[in-house]
Design a protein around this ligand. Structure first.
Ligand SMILES: [Zn+2]
Length: 406
């Protein structure tokens, strides 16, 4: 690696830590050189004007970095563009939410028409056991799938093993990788992967809301295999250890890489299972082990698929709160109607979307999922998934791959 490329990565990391000083939570993970973190700490909280100028300089230096690998250059340029928007927001600029999301994440968010959610409701109406209103039937179904935390702890090792084995067969998981699990409460998210570097993570599971049997596999796939932990481990190996791309020693919350990460995570379980193999796993192993064989495994899979079609609700809620200036009560009513959620779930979702860091983040899940679904429809699924795990990919690059293969 050229010295100039290393210094660009260093400045990128120093700037990220400086933004973190103004916006705690911005740096999600860091396992790069300790001296850079210390250097940033010593600099304290630099004035936003200075950071704005430094970021503009960095963007310019990246654009002039002749000979830098094109994919790497594109990744850095788009990440820095996200930083520039974060700084504008920190300076108090009022920006329409769509513009904020586009600059932060390199994707264009749109209002999702309610007919999509109504279509999902139609399917749920067909699939859910009979009872009262559709919301009551969904909640009743969820209650039937609830398991105590102790039971979840008992079931998780076998689930983790299964998903790790399947991930290992398909993708280049580093030998030394591992994660630990913690159960926590009073958090705005339902689960979180904290990447620690050295191919290690800690996955936190929030027990504020009841855990459901069908969520366990999804959760481990999303956070662990082949989701966040897998992606970060493989990228550490392929990009940091093998290529010295130091910018991959840091993960930023509001940046284009989040769309790729959440796209990988939300389609992680589907990368390992078809509907049929997932159904067979639930039916033959997973449900009997939980003493829940009375539940129809096929229905679990089909209801899960129908719910996926209701994606986009949280993005709409964010538009309502931040662009349309609707009240939280109105947003709650919207969630009640379209997400068919309980009051406790609604409060949890509103809390998540009310955080300034996550009001735009909510878009990354559904947009990431849809973007990858479109990509996978154009070519070999596993080959593409492997590339997403190994390369410094941006949403813009994925759109180019789709166009090239069309
Ligand atoms: Zn995630």
């Amino acid at each position: 690696m050229k010295e100039v490329d290393r210094s660009l990565a260093e400045e990128y990391i120093l700037l990220a830590f400086a933004i973190e000083e103004h916006m705690p939570g911005y740096v999600d993970a860091y396992f790069g050189p300790q001296t850079w973190q210390e250097q940033a700490k010593q600099a304290g909280k630099p004035p936003l004007q200075d950071l704005t100028e430094r970021t503009a300089r960095l963007a310019n230096d990246i654009s002039q970095a002749d000979g830098m690998d094109a994919q790497r250059k594109d990744f850095l340029a788009r990440q820095v563009k996200g930083m520039q928007m974060s700084l504008r927001l920190l300076r108090g600029e009022m920006v329409p939410l769509a513009e904020e999301v586009e600059a932060l994440y390199d994707v264009q968010p749109v209002w999702v028409d309610e007919s999509n959610f109504e279509q999902a409701h139609k399917e749920l109406d067909y699939l859910l056991p009979r009872g009262g209103s559709l919301a009551e039937r969904k909640q009743e179904w969820n209650r039937a799938l609830e398991i105590p935390v102790e039971k979840a702890k008992e079931l998780l090792p076998a689930i983790i093993k299964r998903l790790r084995d399947l991930t290992r067969q398909k993708f280049n998981l580093p030998d030394a990788e591992d994660f630990t699990l913690e159960f926590v409460s009073d958090r705005p998210w339902s689960a979180y992967n904290w990447y620690l570097g050295g191919f290690r993570s800690r996955i936190d599971i929030n027990t504020d809301l009841p855990l459901q049997i069908n969520e366990l596999a999804n959760l481990i796939a999303h956070e662990g295999y082949p989701g966040h932990h897998t992606e970060l481990s493989i990228k550490e190996q392929k990009l940091v250890t093998e290529k010295n791309y130091y910018e991959h020693t840091i993960a930023l919350i509001n940046s284009p890489s989040c769309v790729v990460s959440e796209g990988i995570a939300t389609s992680a379980l589907e990368a390992l299972f078809t509907d049929d193999t997932l159904n067979a796993w639930y039916r033959d192993e997973f449900l009997p082990r939980a003493n829940m064989s009375h539940i129809d495994s096929k229905r679990i899979v089909e209801i899960g698929n129908a719910l996926k079609k209701a994606g986009g609700i949280m993005g709409n809620v964010s538009f309502m709160l931040y662009d349309q200036h609707k009240s939280e009560a109105e947003a709650e009513r919207y969630l009640q109607r379209y997400a068919l959620s309980t009051e406790k779930e609604r409060k949890h979702l509103i809390r998540f979307v009310s955080n300034p860091l996550s009001r735009s983040y909510v878009f990354t899940y559904d947009i990431g999922y849809d973007l990858l679904e479109e990509l996978f429809a154009h070519g070999d699924h596993d080959q593409y998934f492997k590339r997403l795990l190994e390369e410094p990919v941006t949403p813009g690059q994925i759109r180019e791959w789709i166009q090239k293969d069309s």
